[in-house]
Design a protein around this ligand. Structure first.
Ligand code: G1P
Length: 269
């Protein structure tokens, strides 16, 4: 199925990275020389996506400046196939609310959502692989996490499973360790049926008093279904110091020159 549009929710406060994120959006934190949002953009571009919708807010203008620069310096983007739109999310009311802010730009077609702070390192575009498997049900990228971490994630209760996909019976946003029905967690990649906008519009705030995308996915299971796509490659939670550092080391070790620097550094300590 053709997916033409992606939503990047970039309105989060990035509290885990204070104080730097008081002045710089977390999506502009770098893995070596490119900001996280650039990696998310490349993943979407490689999947054939043409319209990039950023849900932004106060203090996030450097993201727009960054893509303006990219547009003027690259022939690929000048050709006119890509378009960039920015929507302001006036208050950080949650991921579900951020997605709802894109309603008027997405219209009545399935669309992708990528959280830039979830960096997935793999030779193939993760969202591109999801699109290949997409058949109209809501889809979320999933991976197993240590049981002690389940309360950081949306957790999927699996009904059926193949090597690549799971069918969800249920999904819970940030359950406690004793209430979690599995340790299969949603990571920041989604393909959504446009019917989700109506559900989000009528949703009451959930965990953290925010409009949760997971709650909308749960409501739609009886009608639209929810498929989990088991991600391939390595995922890094770059919204945390440990995750960002690990991603930097991962990318560096794949680069001959940088890998040499790491090797020398380790020998010297
Ligand atoms: C969000 C989603 C959660 C998901 C997570 C993945 O949570 O609400 O379901 O598992 O992203 O990174 P957040 O990390 O924004 O609190």
């Amino acid at each position: 199925m053709r997916i033409r549009k992606v939503v990047f929710p970039v309105g989060g406060l990035g509290t885990r990275f204070y104080p730097i994120t008081k002045a710089i959006p977390k999506e502009m934190l770098c893995i070596i020389d490119k900001p996280l949002i650039h990696y998310a953009f490349e993943e979407a571009l490689a999947a054939g996506i043409e319209q990039f919708i950023f849900i932004t807010r106060q203090g996030k203008n450097s993201i727009e400046d960054y893509f303006d620069h990219l547009l003027t310096c690259s022939d690929e983007f000048k050709s006119g196939n890509c378009s960039f739109c920015y929507v302001r999310q006036s208050e950080p009311l949650g991921l579900g609310h951020a997605v709802l802010c894109a309603k008027h730009l997405v219209g009545d077609e399935p669309f992708a959502v990528i959280s830039a702070d979830d960096y997935v390192a793999h030779e193939k575009s993760c969202i591109g692989e999801m699109i290949k498997n997409y058949s109209g049900a809501n889809m979320a990228a999933v991976m197993t996490v240590p049981h002690r971490d389940v309360s950081k994630y949306g957790i999927v209760d699996v009904e059926t499973e193949t090597d690549e996909l799971v069918t969800a019976r249920s999904v819970d946003e940030k359950p406690s360790t004793d209430q979690a029905r599995s340790n299969l967690a949603i990571v920041g990649r989604y393909l959504l049926n446009p019917a989700i906008f109506d559900v989000l519009q009528h949703l009451k705030p959930g965990v953290k008093n925010e409009i949760q995308l997971t709650d909308a996915l749960l409501k739609m299971i009886p009608t639209t279904g929810l498929t989990g796509f088991k991600i391939k490659g390595k995922r890094f939670d770059c919204g945390s110091r440990e995750g960002l550092l690990s991603a930097i080391l991962h990318v560096s070790t794949g680069n001959r020159k940088l890998a040499g620097i790491i090797k020398k550094f380790r020998e010297d300590i």
